[in-house]
Design a protein around this ligand. Structure first.
Ligand code: GLN
Length: 190
């Protein structure tokens, strides 16, 4: 199905967190992916995924490697980016400020309050969302689209080339959210 399309390379930030699960999802979708740990790694990427993990640790490592600035530059010039859970926190107004959302970290409580829930995603339909020490999006700025909600809070938001999920699509059975991201990457590259 994807064979006639030109190959793309999706980087997965691999400083910390569940980058291996994102790579597995992309491989299942027949999309080439590489682990990104430096600005040099990012050069060959058409898009980037920021995984779940620990946003404070990831932000510290991003700053130390200078990747924070490189990512901001690339995304501001149009590179698609997808952040999940800690990755969504990195994209928010408390860190890289790439999408106009405010998040509250660990808003559902500790690891014990982690859960999975059925959500309804625009363009996809019903799917299970795995939430692990998830943040809550408490504010969504102008022009940011809400693609899914859970208990009246946005859990999947998008603006142009930026997609952010407070849950972990990389841990879900369904490949649909990654597929949607890749379709958007291809559409933006045309
Ligand atoms: N609680 C983590 C943070 O604040 C995010 C958890 C996750 O990515 N599963 O960064």
């Amino acid at each position: 199905m994807t064979n006639y399309q030109s190959p793309i390379t999706v980087g997965v930030l691999a400083l910390q967190g569940d980058f291996a699960e994102h790579k597995a999802m992309l491989t299942a979708l027949n999309v080439r992916s590489i682990e990104v740990r430096s600005a040099k790694d990012l050069e060959s990427c058409d898009a980037l995924v920021l995984p779940g993990g620990e946003s404070t640790v990831m932000m510290k490592l991003l700053k130390e490697s200078g990747l924070d600035q490189e990512i901001m530059n690339r995304v501001q010039s149009g590179m698609p980016i997808f952040g999940t859970c800690a990755g969504a926190i990195l994209l928010s107004d408390s860190h890289l400020k790439l999408i106009d959302i405010t998040v509250e970290r660990n808003a559902y409580g500790s690891q014990l309050q982690s859960f999975s829930a059925q959500i309804d995603v625009e363009g996809i339909g019903s799917m299970e969302a795995v939430c692990i020490r998830a943040p809550i999006i408490t504010r969504v700025g102008d022009g940011v689209g809400v693609l899914a909600q859970h208990e009246d809070h946005p859990v999947l938001v998008q603006k142009g080339n930026i997609l952010a999920a407070t849950f972990h699509p990389e841990l879900c059975v369904s490949h649909s959210v990654h597929k949607m991201f890749i379709e958007n990457v291809r559409a933006l590259m045309q």
